[in-house]
Ligand binder design. Structure first.
Ligand SMILES: Cc1cc2nc3c(=O)[nH]c(=O)nc-3n(C[C@H](O)[C@H](O)[C@H](O)COP(=O)(O)O)c2cc1C
Length: 194
């Protein structure tokens, strides 16, 4: 089993990466592979179509998703928003029923607002949201700061363990004949007409 992790920071090996690495090592201890994919500035400066295509192909081969973002002006980065807005459009069959979680890193404030925005993508796409013993956040301006945020890192570690447990439960369910919920055709209305 594999979990794809998206790093939405502009810094490849910063605080968000440090938090995602903690998820990766918790997953590894449970025998689950992971990949940290750096979204980078290509999302806003480069070829977003090919970036989203690459991420989609990776997600098709993955069983779970973790999205990490630093807090920029009390919200997720423009880079990760640009990617998710594209990735989550369409039928989302490559996302559906795969466990997902968001992780935020901030110097000080805006983490819960950031997590709220990121979690909305998962609930739109019928992805079970994995939780921890607090909200998934670390604090600091540098990886060294985050290493000192022992409570934050514990929250992230527990998140990784919970993700591993849920992935194994889903796998066991599939192996024991529990089918995915029956899909319904989507009813699409606005508030004015049917
Ligand atoms: C453009 C920009 C905006 C930021 N806005 C906030 C903010 O609103 N609240 C906060 O606590 N930190 C803010 N920060 C600090 C980062 O969220 C924080 O240092 C984070 O841990 C960096 O993660 P990274 O190393 O993965 O990029 C901001 C940083 C930048 C570059």
């Amino acid at each position: 089993m594999k979990v794809l992790m998206l790093n939405g920071s502009r810094r490849e090996k910063g605080c968000t990466y440090t938090a995602l690495s903690e998820v990766a090592s918790a997953l590894e201890k449970e025998g689950i592979e992971s990949e940290i994919f750096f979204v980078g500035e290509q999302a806003v400066k480069g070829d977003i179509d090919s970036l989203v295509k690459t991420i989609k192909e990776k997600m098709e081969k993955s069983d779970g998703l973790v999205v990490g973002s630093p807090v920029y002006f009390a919200g997720p980065t423009a880079e990760i928003k640009a990617v998710l807005d594209r990735l989550f459009m369409g039928d989302g069959s490559f996302l559906k029923l795969k466990p997902a979680a968001a992780v935020a890193s901030a110097r000080r404030g805006g983490t819960t607002a950031t997590l709220d925005v990121l979690n909305k993508y998962f609930s739109y796409a019928q992805m079970p949201i994995v939780s921890s013993r607090y909200w998934n956040m670390v604090h600091g301006s540098t990886p060294e700061d985050v290493e000192q945020d022992t409570e934050g890192l514990q929250i992230i570690r527990v998140l990784g363990k919970n993700m591993a447990w849920l992935l194994k439960c889903i796998e066991a369910g599939k192996n024991n004949g529990i089918p995915a919920p029956e899909a319904e055709d989507k009813i699409f209305t606005n508030f004015i007409k049917k």
